[in-house]
Design a protein around this ligand. Structure first.
Ligand code: GDP
Ligand code: ZN
Length: 291
């Protein structure tokens, strides 16, 4: 048996990269019986039929992570891309992306792209806010080729999903680090049209310096309403060391007195902007509960 990874699945066939080749494979019937469906990203053991050169999935290794949309196993990190201009960064949206990815327990890198553009926001200030919160932050420009080595370093030997709003430069960044990826860049409307008539399959693309990226951005729907009110605090990384230090058990850091989180905000140890998003999301969860 040889080790491989599923890079694509179409209609019961799995395309598996193993020993520098891509094999078309089927899965043993017993997987279906056990209700195990192989998915892209699965690390598998396969056998090859020497005559047809086609493969059979014999074993699926335990999954480290599993995303539902897109349906992929073993993604190890998300790189969340925002532009510093065009489109202007919406920090509360960035915080929503962070909450969504924290829930999946992936590693996170924040990438501020288009640093070549004039912007009202100060990118160093953004970097400070988010690195203080506990995130790795990189700054890039595909136009001026800035930060691309940092991006490569983050991608190396990981399985990465890119996330972020449309038009921030996710495809451009990937094309820059490896030209044979040839992702379509440009107008948002064109990209949507492409998806209309052709069924899009998730595919893992191999990076020449080691690692994999998903060819489609993840986390487009950012539903936070279903989070338990008491759990939201765990998805704000910089809050977690303070949990338990508030006066009241079960403090959600809203109106309670002697709250360690609010105290940190007033001492500028926790960013006011981040705290405001937390309060905003709490409100959305509460509102949703009332109906
Ligand atoms: P995606 O929707 O996130 O994949 O974004 P695209 O990669 O399609 O890029 C959207 C637009 O932004 C394109 O017109 C790109 O040429 C442009 N763009 C991408 N990166 C940069 C950058 O670093 N600086 C500037 N000024 N424009 C960029
Ligand atoms: Zn509190």
């Amino acid at each position: 048996m040889i080790d491989g990874i599923i890079i694509k699945g179409i209609g019961g066939f799995y395309y598996i990269k193993a020993e520098d080749k891509v094999y078309e494979c089927k899965a043993r019937g017993r997987f279906r019986k056990d209700k195990i469906i192989p998915v892209v990203g699965d690390k598998v053991k396969i056998t090859i039929d020497p005559i047809t050169d086609k493969g059979m999935i014999e074993e699926i290794m335990p999954r480290k992570t599993q995303l539902i949309r897109p349906c992929v196993a073993n993604v190890s990190q998300a790189i969340i891309v925002f532009a510093i201009q065009n489109p202007e960064p919406n920090l509360s949206l960035l915080d929503r992306f962070l909450v969504t990815v924290e829930m999946e327990e992936l590693d996170i890198v924040i990438c501020f792209n288009k640093t070549d553009l004039e912007s009202k926001v100060d990118v160093d200030n953004l970097q400070e806010i988010y690195s203080n919160a506990g995130y790795r932050v990189i700054k890039t420009s595909t136009k001026q080729q800035i930060g691309l080595e940092d991006l490569k370093e983050e991608l190396k030997n990981q399985i990465t999903v890119f996330a972020g709003p449309s038009g921030v430069g996710k495809s451009s960044l990937l094309n820059m680090i490896q030209s044979d990826l040839q992702l379509q860049v440009g107008e948002i409307s064109n990209k949507n049209n492409r998806g209309k008539h052709t069924t899009r399959h998730v595919e893992l693309m191999q990076l020449e310096f080691g690692g994999w990226v998903l060819d489609t951005p993840g986390f487009s729907s950012l539903e936070v309403e279903n989070i338990d009110i008491g759990d939201l605090q765990y998805y704000f990384r910089e809050f977690t060391p303070l949990i338990g230090s508030c006066k009241f058990n079960g403090c959600i850091h809203l109106n309670e007195p002697e709250c360690a989180v609010k105290q940190s905000v007033s001492q500028n140890q926790i960013s006011k902007l981040r705290y405001n998003t937390y309060i905003q999301l709490l409100g959305e969860i509460q509102k949703n509960r009332r109906y």
